[in-house]
Design a protein around this ligand. Structure first.
Ligand code: HEC
Ligand code: HEC
Length: 332
């Protein structure tokens, strides 16, 4: 009886990954950071985030008043839109699926191809893109100046009612920095609460780091290396390759998305081409299209039906649930 329980304890320890192999990322590498980072020239304040929230939900930021940031980055849809391709993307060459803006405080290269270097720089792109909000910054500032409520909000955020391109983008960036994933069951497990995730999910995590090698690209607490890879999808979009045509491995390469708070059934990938995690895992098992640009980390492997399920159970433990954000009252 005694022997048996000792044996059980060892067996469990191995299954739970307690005996973490030396070449795997240390468990601490998954620990959530304590603070939200913000750049020195735009420190995060409650007032700037409050102004940014109002702007984010205000359709008057689009020329015809029909579209706000939240139209596509909808809090009820994990800050994306649940669509394969965004609204009005019909006929747009290489249109891409709307990514979440959750945890965007930690991004240092934004958009699927990394073409924006900061949240501040990114914010102007959707406002001025023809098939998105289709507006112009000077006209937008004129419109905002006529709204008394905005004069108050700008004064609270910046000390005076001056409305500039820079302040609009700083406020939008500040609000988005406050959108941080809630702690998920996996976080409680990393913190030492052994029963926070199921035995199946623990096996899935071992596969994630082991045989399936997902961690080669989906690393850190956000489960991304913040880098770009071609994972062999059939899409013809050159991705980051359009910026650096001479770099072979950047052709068809896209930013590694975070695996936190994924929508239940996608759509997943830059082209919205997959709608279940099972389909995603099968793609990795098979390795995708072989071409010169495909990442060397894309190696074929085989999972049993049960193992595929464990891996998906693990990914589900990265879901902390929707944020409690109530849309603001829009100022008159
Ligand atoms: C019509 C839908 C639409 C609207 C409206 C929209 N976005 Fe987006 N957003 C997208 C799409 C699509 C992308 C990815 C584009 C790409 O990579 O080429 C994106 C990317 C982003 C990203 C980068 C996220 C990442 O992971 O790199 C941020 C941040 C963002 N949008 C913020 C905003 C803000 C702020 C507004 C309002 C000013 C806004 N968006 C309005 C569709 C939209
Ligand atoms: C070579 C690096 C690499 C490896 C290895 C890798 N991924 Fe990915 N993953 C990416 C990139 C890059 C994308 C986005 C690709 C695109 O849209 O073109 C992605 C997308 C995803 C998505 C879709 C997320 C979304 O928001 O659309 C999921 C889910 C995912 N990967 C899970 C996994 C799992 C599970 C494994 C292991 C079986 C794995 N990945 C292995 C780089 C990688």
């Amino acid at each position: 009886m005694r022997f048996c329980s000792v044996f059980l304890v060892f067996g469990l320890a191995a299954a739970m990954g307690v005996s973490h192999a030396a070449d795997l990322p240390p468990r601490e590498s998954y620990q959530r950071p304590a603070d939200i980072p913000s750049p020195p020239d735009n420190p995060l304040t409650i007032e700037k985030a409050a102004l940014g929230k109002t702007l984010f939900f205000d359709p008057r930021l689009s020329r015809d008043g029909s579209m706000s940031c939240a139209t596509c980055h909808n809090p009820g849809m994990r800050w994306s839109d649940g669509r394969i391709l965004p609204l009005r993307a019909d006929g747009v060459e290489h249109a891409r699926r709307t990514p979440t803006v959750l945890n965007s405080a930690w991004l240092n290269a934004l958009m699927w191809d990394g073409r924006a270097a900061s949240l501040e720089a990114q914010a102007v792109l959707p406002i001025t893109t023809a098939h998105e909000m289709n507006f112009e910054m000077p006209l937008l500032l004129d419109r905002l100046k006529d709204i008394a409520g905005y004069r108050t909000l700008f004064t609270q955020a910046f000390g005076d009612a001056g409305m500039t391109h820079k302040r609009v983008t700083q406020a939008l960036a500040s609000f988005q920095r406050t959108l941080v994933s809630k702690p998920a069951p996996f976080d409680r497990w990393v913190a030492g609460e052994e029963n926070a995730i199921s035995e199946h999910a623990k096996r899935g995590f071992a596969l994630f780091e082991g045989k399936a090698r997902c961690v080669a690209c989906h690393s850190s607490w956000r489960f991304t290396d913040d880098s770009f890879h071609d994972i062999g999808l059939p899409s013809l979009d050159p991705g980051r390759g359009a910026k650096v045509p001479q770099v072979v491995i950047m052709q068809h390469a896209f930013k590694t998305p975070s695996l936190r708070d994924l929508p239940g059934n996608g759509p997943f990938m830059h082209d919205g081409s997959m709608n279940s995690l099972e389909e995603v895992v099968k793609h990795y098992e098979q390795g995708g299209i072989q071409r010169a640009s495909r990442s060397a980390e894309m190696k074929q492997f085989e999972l049993s039906e049960a193992e595929r399920g464990y891996l998906i159970d693990f990914i589900r433990t990265l879901d902390g649930g929707p944020l409690d954000v109530t849309p603001p009252q829009l100022p008159e």
